[in-house]
Design a protein around this ligand. Structure first.
Ligand code: NAD
Length: 497
């Protein structure tokens, strides 16, 4: 056993939970218990809600944004000091390879720069003057935030929800996935050492019962959720009934549209690396690849070569490119879809089974399906495993139509040598984030989903704004003149004018 956390972080203290229930964390690579975490229950939801409610009107409210940034920077410094340990933990929890899958340096970069740059682009008090009259538009924290996170983004996803909320002035009650319940404690340790005021960050590891109790709790003003579209829909219905704000970052079935002039090697390398990252358990995986029919055979062969070259194995080994899936349920789901794909008439041209050389651990081979059509379930449903479906299209119109023939709208990419044609095609794709010859979320732009992929945004100034509630104060022109002569336009003036 490597990790043990028997207390919960609530109201700036380490608290023993009422029950002695423990969550066991199983390593996807060894199938052994690598740690235990105290499970929160309903009494701890009450404690955290009360703490967050007090924190809402506590000292953090009067911190200006620079002071808030200083605390967060100190926390980032502590995380950097422990980065090797945290990286190893993430590999134990998720099976993401230590060499490429953890991305802790990118998380730290966001904590130190990305979130600050986004937040400081949003004026907390703005003077508006129009023919209709003048007004101040002031921004206030939306209130207590319940953050519910999945296992596949683990630490990075927790940070992504927490830092913008804190910068906006919102106390956070975090319910991480039980699969990755240890890593958020490192963030709690870091905030504790950095002097974050009590109650501003609380961690309640637990299952659906804890999540539901948070979503329905009267103290919680906003729910920010990342996870499956199924659970997101349930939470949206419950939260909507209570008039709570929701931001939902849900599932996807994102497509790569390969235009006729796309370079073979770099296109295949980009798509296969993002697809097999985290063993396909990445929400923005380009799991559907649309290839022009005249280049179909060439691309199928190249994807087979790329998939065969992926080193699958121990995620603690620096050379490993793809580790195991997160648990048996995820592997069984992948197997079920492979069977389904074959029944539907698609052809497995690479992989499709458990690797014989790795009998322990939830491993599955990098898998490529050819002869897939857009009506097949393997092309429509989120598998969340290391499976690429290659689909042919006849002309750009047909390609775009097939890309958009999906219930999801999370992300996508267009591969081409003609950047203008790429932007033209990207503008017609129904998704929240589309890369030209690239893929993946960036901190400076909003990355929200359309259709079943979610509601609202994360990242960028738009993601930060989700944690703010505007209030408009209509003022006489004479007062607007005074503000203007005092230099107030559209700039940061602190939480209180
Ligand atoms: P999940 O929906 O099963 O669980 C997500 C979280 O919700 C967990 O903390 C879980 O304990 C909690 N939960 C489950 N049922 C609940 C309920 N009834 N009430 C309250 N909370 C509940 O998702 P998962 O399997 O952990 O994660 C994988 C999914 O997340 C995939 O669909 C993936 O696409 C999606 N995802 C999306 C993004 C994005 O940015 N759009 C990012 C990462 C993951």
């Amino acid at each position: 056993m490597l990790y043990k956390r028997d207390t919960l972080y609530i109201d700036g203290e380490w608290v023993s939970p009422v029950t002695e229930n423990l969550i066991e964390i199983i390593s996807p690579a060894t199938e052994t218990v690598i740690g235990t975490v105290a499970a929160a229950g309903l009494p701890e939801v009450e404690l955290a809600a009360a703490a967050a409610q007090r924190a809402m009107v506590g000292e953090w409210k009067d911190f200006d944004i620079k002071q808030r940034m200083e605390v967060i920077t100190r926390a980032a410094d502590q995380i950097e000091e422990l980065s090797r340990e945290i990286s190893q933990l993430l590999t134990w929890e998720m099976g993401a390879p230590i060499g490429s899958g953890n991305n802790l340096h990118a998380v730290l970069d966001r904590m130190r720069f990305g979130f600050f740059e986004a937040a400081t682009q949003v004026p907390f008090c703005e003077l508006r003057r129009t023919r209709e009259g003048a007004a101040l538009v002031k921004q206030f924290p939306v209130g207590v935030v319940a953050a519910i996170t999945p296992w596949n983004t683990a630490f990075g996803g927790v940070v992504l929800k927490t830092i913008p909320a804190l910068l906006a002035g919102c106390p956070v009650i975090l319910k991480p996935s039980p699969q990755t319940a240890i890593d958020p404690f490192y963030l709690a340790d870091a905030f504790d050492a950095a002097g974050l005021p009590r109650g501003m960050f609380n961690v309640l590891p637990g299952g659906a019962d804890v999540g539901e109790a948070l979503v329905t709790h009267p103290v919680v003003n906003m729910v920010t959720f990342t996870g499956s579209s199924h659970v997101g829909g349930i939470l949206a219905a419950v939260a909507g009934g209570k008039m709570k704000k929701v931001v939902l970052e849900c599932g996807g079935k994102s497509a790569a549209l390969v235009l006729a002039d796309a370079p073979l090697d770099s296109t295949v390398a980009t798509i296969s690396s993002t697809n097999f990252l985290y063993s396909g358990q990445y929400c923005r995986s380009l799991s559907r690849v649309l290839v022009p029919q005249e280049r179909y055979g060439e691309f199928v062969d190249a994807f087979v070569t790329a998939a065969e070259g992926i080193i699958v194995g121990d995620p603690m080994d620096e050379r490993t490119i793809m580790g195991p899936l997160v648990n048996e349920a995820q592997r069984s789901k992948t197997e079920k879809f492979v069977k389904l794909g074959l029944q539907e008439g698609a052809r497995v041209v690479c992989g499709g089974a458990r690797p014989g050389a790795l009998p322990t651990g939830f491993y599955f081979e990098p898998t490529v399906f050819a002869d897939v059509t857009s009506s097949m379930r393997i092309a429509r449903e989120e598998i969340f495993g290391p499976v690429i479906s290659i689909i042919s299209y006849d002309g750009v119109e047909d390609g775009i139509q097939q890309v958009n023939d999906s219930g999801y709208g999370l992300a996508g990419a267009v591969f081409t040598d003609d950047y203008a044609a790429g932007v033209e095609a990207a503008s017609r794709i129904e998704a929240g984030l589309i890369g030209i010859n690239t893929q993946g979320a960036k901190e400076f732009v909003p990355c929200g989903g359309l259709k079943l992929s979610g509601i609202g945004d994360e990242h960028g100034p738009e993601g930060f704004r989700e944690f703010l509630q505007p209030k408009s104060i209509l003022i006489p022109d004479s007062l607007a003149d005074e503000y203007e002569s005092d230099g107030l336009h559209s700039s940061w003036v602190g939480p209180e004018l």
